[in-house]
Design a protein around this ligand. Structure first.
Ligand code: MCA
Ligand code: AMP
Length: 506
């Protein structure tokens, strides 16, 4: 094998020369140094190896945000395992699908989920270990007993580093296979493009089971040898308290909407800040403008997706324009295309198709699905509707895929419609996203009852409660006699979005 392409090797090569530099500063003031992170992840990697995790094995992880969870991620890279993080909001019913599909060697969950997940893990012959947010559980106990290790299993650029599931328009989740090179190339590009420099300090308040918090934020900070002010979750007060010591914040648009609600946010508070990044969902122009007015900072909006990491970004040095997502990142190529993959004239809408070292290897065990989403010339079809200006600047103007993005979390209506349709008393249903002042879009269900039961809104919500992650559950349920359809019989979701557009206004 030529040079080792293990992402950990790259990250480690950028750790600060002074290894006592703080990597993570926890909310309670605890400091975890780069040396600690290296030692702990080495020990954990050795443990993974000793319990039989071999390179290529999936390690499925559903745990709350903690330094140990970061250590576990890095240990998986080091051991050559494939890290598979899951949203902590997923119910056991949802996790069962991922366990069966991914067939992990090891499942790591919170101790409170152990009873429910143990039989599911057992069914695929996976081991199960636990990790709680305070750093307790069977995994850290075993790791503390394991010998020190400097294990880093050499990897080829094309070897898998992670699988991140993304829901599908059919209602069935697909595992996006991401290689060491996918992650490394994207991290290096972002690090340079966003002007990371010595002394940068990142406020890390995103969850670490999705691309934004796990890869974009974590990798760029690690590549820079920076200190992260580590928060378990978004908390406006905690962020306000840390802004004077920080230089970079990354968040979904809801972060900025909520920060603006706090009167303490002003120019003086952010005097030390260099960069505010937003993404994962559209940043409203009004949020961008209000933030600029209040702080003097123009939020840098970028665009990406699980299958490709970051794709475009507003420039760091040049003009950041509200409502646009900027330019293709260095190394990424693409076009705005019609249904046949032909480029449309500049300024006209079409589906964004891309190529680049960031684009994933395919969907786990779904070769047909993978083939469907790539053009014969290798372009990946994002499903996002975009326009490209004469100068190459891109705006996301819609979605060809039926998707709702609520507070930065993706929700695929089909998955929820299938569950609602199975509730006794329901003839059919349609799920749409309607504007929401906090979450951007709110999941909203429109149900046609069959008249056999006295089903009401609370009844639908209760029927879904145990099965669906909270963020996917409809915030409102409306009942109608029939759904609007076009002449082809297709439900007119635009009409529903318009009809319920004011539901959460004010
Ligand atoms: C929490 N709830 C939500 C959401 N989050 N409902 C809808 N959408 C959500 N996103 C529920 C809670 O369970 C609770 O229900 C109620 O809404 C209010 O909770 P609250 O305490 O206000 O929420 P929170 O805990 O403060 O969380 C809101 C949040 C969080 C900070 C916006 O959702 C978040 O951190 N989102 C970031 C998601 C993210 O990282 N996306 C990146 C994906 P109840 O009160 O009834 O119990 S990566 C990606 O998309 C691509 C690649 C990219 O470009 O980055
Ligand atoms: P995910 O499947 O979680 O990776 O979500 C990716 C999707 O989020 C993209 O396909 C877009 O639809 C959306 N997205 C991410 N960033 C932006 C942005 N800045 N503006 C609009 N949509 C975005």
């Amino acid at each position: 094998m030529s040079e080792d392409a293990n992402l950990y090797t790259l990250l480690h090569s950028r750790f600060p020369a002074n290894s006592s530099t703080t990597c993570l500063e926890l909310a309670d003031g605890t400091l975890i140094s780069y040396a600690d992170v290296d030692a702990r992840s080495g020990r954990m990697a050795g443990l993974l190896e000793s319990v039989g995790v071999v390179p290529g094995d999936r390690v499925l992880v559903q745990v709350g945000k903690s330094p140990e969870a970061v250590v576990l991620y890095l240990a998986c890279l080091r051991a050559g395992a494939v890290f598979l993080p899951l949203n902590t909001a997923y119910t056991a019913r949802e996790v069962e699908y991922f366990i069966n599909d991914a067939e992990p060697r090891l499942v790591v969950c919170d101790p409170t989920a152990e009873a429910q997940l143990a039989p599911l893990a057992q069914a695929v012959d996976a081991m199960l270990l636990t990790l709680d947010t305070a750093g307790g559980g069977t995994l850290p106990i075993l790791a503390s007993e394991a010998p020190a290790s400097d294990l880093v299993v050499p990897r080829a650029a094309d070897d898998l580093a992670a699988i991140l599931y993304t829901s599908g328009t059919t209602g069935r989740s697909k595992g996006a296979m991401l290689t060491h090179d996918n992650l490394a190339s994207n991290a290096l590009v972002l690090h340079a493009y966003w002007g990371w420099r010595e002394g940068d300090v990142l406020i890390h308040a995103l969850p670490i089971f999705h691309v934004h918090g796990l890869f974009v934020a974590l990798h760029t900070a690690l590549l820079n040898g920076s200190t992260m002010l580590w928060l378990d979750k978004f908390d406006a007060g905690a962020i306000i308290a840390r802004l004077p010591r920080a230089t970079v914040l990354m968040g979904v648009p809801t972060f900025y909407v909520r920060l603006l609600e706090d009167p303490r946010l002003d120019q003086e508070l952010v005097a030390n800040m260099r960069l505010f990044v937003a993404g994962s969902a559209p940043l409203l122009e009004e949020t961008f403008n209000a933030f600029t007015e209040r702080t003097g900072h123009r939020i840098l909006e970028r665009y990406g997706m699980t299958e490709a990491g970051m794709i475009t970004s507003n420039p760091y040095g040049g003009e950041r324009i509200a409502g646009t997502v900027g330019f293709f990142l260095p190394g990424v190529n693409g076009r705005v295309a019609d249904d046949d993959g032909n480029e449309v004239p500049r300024g006209e809408p079409g589906v964004l198709e891309i190529r680049g070292p960031n684009v994933f290897k395919g969907y786990w065990r779904m070769p047909e699905k993978t083939a469907e989403e790539f053009r014969s010339d290798g372009h990946f079809v994002t499903g996002d509707v975009a326009t490209m200006a004469e100068d190459g600047r891109i705006s996301i103007v819609g979605r060809a895929k039926d998707l709702v993005i609520s507070g930065g979390y993706n929700v695929y209506p089909k998955e929820i419609e299938l569950l609602i349709d199975a509730i006794p008393g329901v003839r059919e249903s349609a799920v749409v996203g309607v504007p929401h002042p906090d979450f951007g879009e709110a999941v909203t269900a429109v149900v046609v009852p069959d008249g056999s039961t006295g089903l009401d809104e609370a009844g639908v919500q209760a029927a879904l409660a145990g099965d669906l992650a909270k963020f996917k559950q409809p915030k409102r349920v409306f009942f109608v006699d029939e759904l609007p359809r076009n002449t082809m019989g297709k439900v007119q979701k635009n009409q529903l979005r318009d009809a319920y557009a004011e539901t959460f206004a004010g």
